[in-house]
Design a protein around this ligand. Structure first.
Ligand code: BTN
Length: 269
C-alpha cells in the first residue's frame, strides 16, 4: 500500500494515459496476467499494475522471470491501441527506448538495448520486456496489448540464481544512486506515457534512440531457432526496427523476431 501511495503521489497530474490508474499489489502470479484478466473485464487502457513479488513471473519464450519480493520492478501496462498489426509490431522496440529513458531520468545512467528488447547495463542483462496481444474472440481484431517490464533493482550478486550471475546485473550493483522502486516506476511510467503519445508519428526520434542504444549491431551474432544456430554478422537496424545481418555466404537477411545471441554476452564466446 505504501508503494502504491508513493507512486500515485509521484505521478499526480503527470501522465495523460499510462499511469492514470495504478495498482501496486503485495504479490500476484504475474502482473501481465492481472492486466489480461482486467482487460477481459473491460478495463480501460492506461492501467499500470505492479507487484512486490510474482509467483509466476513470465519471460519471453515461455521462460520463468525470477521475481523475488522487492528486489525488482515488476510492471505491466494495459493498452488498447487502434493501429494495425504492421504498425504495432514496432511497439516493443519503442517501449525499450522509453524504459532506457526512464532509467536514465531515475538514476543518471542510460542502459543499452540488446535487440529486440533486453535492457542491458555494463554488458549484462538489467531487465526485459514481454509484450502480449489479446485478440477479440470471433473477429480476430486486436482487443488489447499488455506490455510487461521486469527490471533488476535491489539485487546483490547472491540474489541471482547461480547460472545467471555472470549474465545479470541490477541497478544497486551498477549505479551510484539507486532509486527507490516507486521513484523508478514513476520515471518509467512517465517515459512510457510520453512514448505512447508519440506513437507512431514520432518514429524518427525513437528509431534514432533505438539505433544509438542498440549494442547488437556491428557484432558477430548467432541466429537461434528451435531447429538451428547460424552464425552471422549484424549490420544495422532497419526502418521497421528489424535487424539486418550478413550471412557467411555474403547474402543479407532481415530478422524480424526470434533470438539473437551477441558474441561476448550471456556466455556466447
Ligand atoms: C524477458 O526478459 O524475457 C522478459 C521479462 C519480462 C518480465 C516482466 S515482470 C512484469 C511482467 N509480468 C510478467 O510475468 N512478466 C513481465
Amino acid at each position: 500500500m505504501q508503494f502504491q501511495q508513493e507512486l500515485t503521489r509521484l505521478l499526480a497530474g503527470k501522465t495523460k494515459i499510462i499511469g492514470k490508474k495504478v495498482l501496486w499489489l503485495e504479490e500476484t502470479d504475474s502482473t501481465n496476467l492481472v492486466c489480461r484478466r482486467m482487460a477481459a473485464e473491460g478495463e480501460a487502457e492506461g492501467l499500470a499494475v505492479l507487484a512486490r513479488a510474482q509467483s509466476a513471473g513470465r519471460g519471453r519464450r515461455g521462460r520463468n522471470f525470477q521475481s523475488t519480493k522487492d528486489l525488482g520492478m515488476y510492471l505491466s501496462v494495459l493498452l488498447r491501441p487502434t493501429q494495425d498489426m504492421e504498425v504495432l509490431n514496432n511497439l516493443t522496440a519503442w517501449v525499450a527506448v522509453a524504459v532506457c529513458s526512464g532509467v536514465e531520468r531515475a538514476c543518471g545512467v542510460r542502459p543499452q538495448i540488446k535487440w529486440i528488447n533486453d535492457i542491458i547495463l555494463n554488458g549484462k542483462k538489467l531487465g526485459g520486456i514481454l509484450t502480449e496481444l489479446g485478440l477479440e474472440p470471433g473477429t480476430g481484431k486486436i482487443d488489447h496489448i499488455v506490455v510487461g517490464i521486469g527490471l533488476n533493482v535491489n539485487h546483490k550478486l547472491d540474489d541471482f540464481q547461480p547460472e545467471l550471475r555472470d549474465m545479470a546485473t541490477s541497478l544497486s550493483l551498477d549505479v551510484e544512486n539507486c532509486p527507490s522502486l516507486p521513484e523508478l516506476a514513476a520515471h518509467i511510467i512517465q517515459a512510457l506515457d510520453e512514448m505512447y503519445e508519440s506513437f507512431p508519428h514520432n518514429r524518427p526520434e525513437y528509431l534514432e534512440q533505438y539505433r544509438a542504444g542498440c549494442i547488437t549491431t556491428g557484432k558477430p551474432v548467432q541466429l537461434i531457432t528451435p531447429a538451428s544456430r547460424e552464425e552471422a554478422e549484424s549490420l544495422y537496424i532497419d526502418e521497421e526496427f528489424r535487424l539486418v545481418v550478413r550471412m557467411p555466404d555474403g547474402s543479407e537477411r532481415t530478422v524480424n523476431a526470434g533470438e539473437v545471441s551477441v558474441r561476448g554476452m550471456y556466455g556466447y564466446l
